[in-house]
Design a protein around this ligand. Structure first.
Ligand code: NAD
Length: 463
């Protein structure tokens, strides 16, 4: 019976075939990597319509523009960036040589690791699968991809697209749920990139450790927005409203909560409410929540915060089924679910602080966030940058760092390990191999053990 899922034994066979092909065919040169990236980009452009329809079917509703701008576009832009810089990244890098080893020559050569496993979540089913895939290909690897079972149509459309432009021993797609995910994570890849929740990330890293597979973990967390007193509040409200409505806030780097000075809080809530109203799309409305279970979780979080004394401002009605209306949650208790769990939806707690130090302390008290946003300049900005630790930061904006391909993207602590995008992605999926070309005649011969030269040399080594 074909369940549409890839069996565990099948996974191991695909990996074996990819590893064998990697050895047989050798390391791909720059032209082959450029061609692979070009093929991937052409396929995404050619299958754009299928991919948009598949994402809309998975979410229930998702505008084509949203899929293009937030899901497919970043992959195309990233491919363009990699293609532009590949020559420089692949160039062997000269390194200095200690005088005792002159005139030897040292180089770092970045070689592909081999086969990269890629595990992806459902929220950007294409971007979070294909951007790591493009990076793996740029670094000269082969790859196996395991998309999320919660976006099955997107997984199917992507698998069909990739089968059309890559042989299975170059790129293969495995489909299925947590059981397939667990079998996938247990495979002896040469590198594993996991994007998903912190909880599953822990399991994946444990499984990878069995085979000493190096991992890049792109996890979640609660990304705060801190508003300085000199913030451009109108821009902040506009940006935050956009980010909570885009993909219905189901974005790993979406603002998770806002910290604002107590004297600015009331006026900011008014501004933010108006901005959310304006940002709500007309017509069929915003993207729907991925499943009934996820929608119920969001409603339960809002209800719990309300029962605990928080004030809730709902925008655009209560919503029904998988349509969850955006809501501001004002003054939620630290113990409330909305302040403990990553929200991953259109709810937004707003918390008043006495001063910037209190805001910084609140961020520092929790696990390290995937992203941090600050509005304002001068000393406030410098203090936030110096005294907080997070994945990436955008100042006077939200989420836009994701589109800056020259920056590494990744979390720290509970929000992730390692980074990708741009050069850092290429390096994460390459092995930095140190090569030393020793001279046939060294400038400083070691000499006879115990001899005069050896004594001088020993003294030099300890200077
Ligand atoms: P998830 O962790 O539930 O699933 C991710 C992948 O792991 C899926 O392919 C799933 O099938 C697989 N999986 C599930 N259970 C597994 C198990 N026991 N063993 C092995 N694999 C298993 O995450 P999700 O709900 O799809 O995505 C939401 C989370 O992802 C949020 O926490 C979000 O912040 C995070 N995220 C992070 C980034 C980033 O770039 N850092 C981007 C998007 C989403």
């Amino acid at each position: 019976m074909d369940t549409g899922e890839t069996e565990a034994a099948g996974l191991a066979a695909i990996l074996d075939a990819q590893k064998r092909a990697f050895v047989d065919e050798g390391i791909p040169g720059r032209a082959a990597r450029q061609a692979a990236l070009a093929r991937l980009k052409a396929a995404i452009r050619a299958r754009k319509g299928d991919l948009i329809r598949a994402a809309a079917a998975d979410f229930g509703r998702r505008a084509a523009d949203e899929t293009i701008i937030l899901d497919l576009g970043p992959v195309v832009q990233s491919i363009n960036h990699m293609r532009r810089h590949l020559r420089r990244w692949m160039r062997p890098e000269r390194r200095p040589v200690p005088v005792t080893l002159w005139p030897g020559r040292a180089r770092v050569i970045r070689q592909p690791k081999g086969v990269v496993g890629i595990m992806a979540p459902w929220n950007y089913p294409f971007g979070l699968s294909l951007l790591p895939l493009a990076t793996a290909l740029a670094a000269g690897n082969r790859a196996m991809l395991k998309p999320s079972e919660l976006a099955p149509e997107s997984a199917r459309a992507m698998a069909a697209m990739l089968a059309g432009c890559f042989a299975p021993e170059e790129v293969a797609v495995a489909t299925g749920g947590a059981d397939v995910g667990a079998a996938f994570a247990a495979l002896p890849f040469d590198h594993l990139v996991f994007t998903g929740s912190t909880e599953v990330g822990r399991k994946v890293m444990r499984a990878a450790a069995e085979n000493l597979v190096p991992v890049t973990l792109e996890l979640g967390g609660k990304s705060p927005v801190i508003l300085g007193r000199d913030a451009d509040f109108a821009k902040a409200a506009r940006d935050i409203a956009w980010a909570k409505i885009a993909n219905a806030g189901q974005t790993c780097i979406a603002p998770d909560y806002v910290l604002v000075h107590e004297d600015d809080a009331e006026a900011f809530v008014v501004r933010l409410t108006a901005a959310l109203r304006r940002a709500l799309p007309g017509g069929p409305g915003m993207t729907t929540i991925i499943s009934d279970r996820h929608a119920a979780r969001l409603r339960a979080l809002a209800a719990e915060a309300e029962a605990g004394g928080a004030e809730t401002v709902r925008i655009g009605g209560g919503g029904a089924g998988r349509q969850v209306a955006p809501a501001l949650i004002i003054g939620a208790a630290a113990s409330a679910g909305v302040m403990r769990e990553e929200i991953f939806g259109p709810l937004l707690p707003v918390l008043a602080c006495r001063d910037l130090s209190e805001a910084i302390a609140r961020v520092g008290a929790g696990p390290r966030p995937l992203a941090l946003y600050y509005y304002g300049g001068g000393e406030g900005r410098d203090a936030v940058l110096a005294r907080t630790i997070s994945g990436n930061v955008t100042v006077n904006g939200v989420m836009t760092h994701y589109a800056v391909e020259s920056l590494p993207f990744g979390g720290i602590g509970a929000s992730g390990i390692g980074a990708y995008h741009g050069r850092e992605g290429f390096e994460a999926m390459s092995h930095a191999r140190g090569v030393f070309l020793e001279p046939l005649r060294s400038l400083i011969p070691l000499g006879r053990p115990g001899g005069r030269f050896a004594k001088l040399f020993a003294r030099y080594m300890m200077r």
